[in-house]
Design a protein around this ligand. Structure first.
Ligand SMILES: Cc1cc2nc3c(=O)[nH]c(=O)nc-3n(C[C@H](O)[C@H](O)[C@H](O)COP(=O)(O)O)c2cc1C
Length: 305
């Protein structure tokens, strides 16, 4: 199969998967330089992440792993984005530029038929002690609803927790998660209505909807899951770093009050929040149902329920 024919069949498969025509797929994703110049900056950066991920990162790794050829124009989309990046005067220090140029280096090697050495990126395998520490984080985390309000939590520690959230997986690498960090003593009463008295620090997890314009075909479920994945990392990191936290719920009334108080612009979805602080209780962990009960079907040809 020629490179062109192979690419056509890939876009036809993709179009079929999302229920659109191949022409519509091109219209939605393959923007001209002029259109890219006009895009809102947040959307443009999200598009750079998304295009890098789908048009270069995945095919390049596939080519490197299976030692299959990579078409010469596989990098065209991202090279166009990087040209526009420069025309718009964005910094080369921004993460998507650094990532895209790294993957571009790999892709060019594959196009030239050279191997790509990814050994430097091989994840470190955990030792048995490290695996035990991971189990400890996973199974000893529990929701903490009372905190030692006299003990200050430094911004540096909060930032470690926020960073853990950003390292959660994101649909299409859109990276839409944004935070607001509220100290109760500095801005009291904003979370009134919560069913727990409230921690000294509230981490509000939001999404920048402009990132989702970069993939108009993103299934709606993914949108909330991005925030869920970040928040899960947050509660694990809180426990791992010795803090205590509870994932909490905005009622509609609380969310509206919060949005109004900060005049949060429409492009942010205020999704959820976590209260954190130094723990002042040690509740019994809530036992989980057994794996057998959770698995309603297992592909052994023998349905379990
Ligand atoms: C989406 C979500 C919303 C939650 N909302 C609340 C809440 O409003 N109030 C609360 O006390 N706990 C809330 N929790 C915490 C759960 O009650 C808690 O995770 C669950 O009971 C399991 O306990 P554990 O976290 O100690 O393992 C929430 C958890 C999630 C994932």
């Amino acid at each position: 199969m020629s490179d062109e024919t192979k690419k056509d069949s890939v876009s036809e498969d993709l179009a079929r998967l999302f229920g659109v025509t191949p022409e519509e797929l091109i219209r939605l994703f393959d923007l001209s330089e002029e259109q890219l110049m006009e895009l809102d900056e947040v959307e443009f950066r999200a598009r750079t992440r998304e295009r890098c991920h789908h048009t270069m990162e995945i095919p390049t790794y596939e080519s490197a792993y299976f030692n299959t050829p990579l078409p010469a124009d596989q990098t065209a989309t991202i090279e166009k984005m990087l040209r526009v990046w420069d025309k718009r005067g964005f910094s080369h220090d921004l993460v998507e530029y650094r990532f895209a140029t790294t993957i571009l280096g790999f892709a060019k090697k594959r196009i030239a038929g050279e191997p790509v050495d990814l050994s430097a990126y091989e994840p470190k395998r955990l030792t048995p002690d490290e695996q035990a520490a991971f189990d400890c984080v996973l199974y000893e985390r529990r929701s903490i609803r009372q905190w030692n309000l006299k003990r200050h939590v430094d911004d540096a520690l909060i930032d470690k927790v926020l960073k853990a959230g950003l390292w959660g997986p994101h649909g299409c690498n859109l990276q839409s998660v944004r935070y607001m960090v509220i100290r109760e003593d500095a801005e009291p009463g904003l979370f009134e209505g919560s069913d727990v008295p409230g921690g000294p620090i509230h981490i509000v997890v939001m999404q920048d909807k402009r990132c989702y314009q970069a993939n108009p075909l993103m299934p709606e479920f993914n949108i909330l899951l991005d925030c869920g994945a970040a928040t899960q990392n947050i509660v694990l990191a809180v426990h791992a770093y010795g803090l205590g936290g509870c994932w909490l719920t905005f009622s509609d009334v609380m969310r509206e009050r919060f949005v109004r108080h900060f005049s949060i612009p429409d492009h942010f979805n205020v999704v959820t929040y976590v209260d954190i602080g130094w723990p002042d209780q040690s509740p019994c962990p809530i036992w989980r149902c057994e794996v057998e009960e959770a698995v309603v079907y297992r592909s052994s040809g023998r349905p379990q329920k």
